[in-house]
Design a protein around this ligand. Structure first.
Ligand SMILES: [Zn+2]
Ligand SMILES: [Zn+2]
Length: 141
């Protein structure tokens, strides 16, 4: 006989109840990620998420700096060297379609993982924006 969804759920509930009476299994259950995230206090949750966010921010920052250092640390067009203004440009365009198929959390990590492929350069946001709109930056016009 095939089990219906309701049967399955009630069976699972029974199994869980049984586990609760077995202290060892209950301990195991209390240590699962699902249990802990469902029962943590709002403060604990916030600090966990914050730790998580900081970690990924740090990774992105590190990858970003490594990538810039590799591609020269200055805007290829105007020579801007303030890292905060710089971004990676896909020389032959297609950056947006590529970004969507990226097998990495972000462009910088992708470049690091792929050993800094050719076809990318550093541009500042100004030169990068102009390049996507009018193709040639006034710096070079
Ligand atoms: Zn520039
Ligand atoms: Zn420029």
């Amino acid at each position: 006989m095939t089990e219906t969804r309701v049967d399955l759920n009630s069976r699972k509930r029974q199994e869980r109840a049984k586990r609760m009476q077995d202290p060892e299994a209950y301990d195991w259950f209390r240590n699962t990620h699902a249990y802990r995230t469902a029962h943590e206090s709002p403060e604990a949750r916030e600090s966990r998420l914050e730790r998580c966010r900081t970690r990924s921010r740090d990774t992105i920052k590190r990858d970003r700096e490594t990538v810039f250092a590799h591609y020269g640390n200055t805007c290829d067009c105007c020579g801007e060297s303030e890292l905060a203004f710089l971004t990676v440009d896909h020389v032959n365009g297609g950056g947006n379609t590529h970004r969507k198929t990226l097998e990495a959390p972000n462009m910088y990590t992708w470049l690091v993982r792929n050993d800094y492929p050719n076809g990318y350069r550093i541009l500042c946001f100004n030169c990068n924006c102009v390049a996507t709109r009018v193709e040639v930056c006034p710096h070079n016009g």
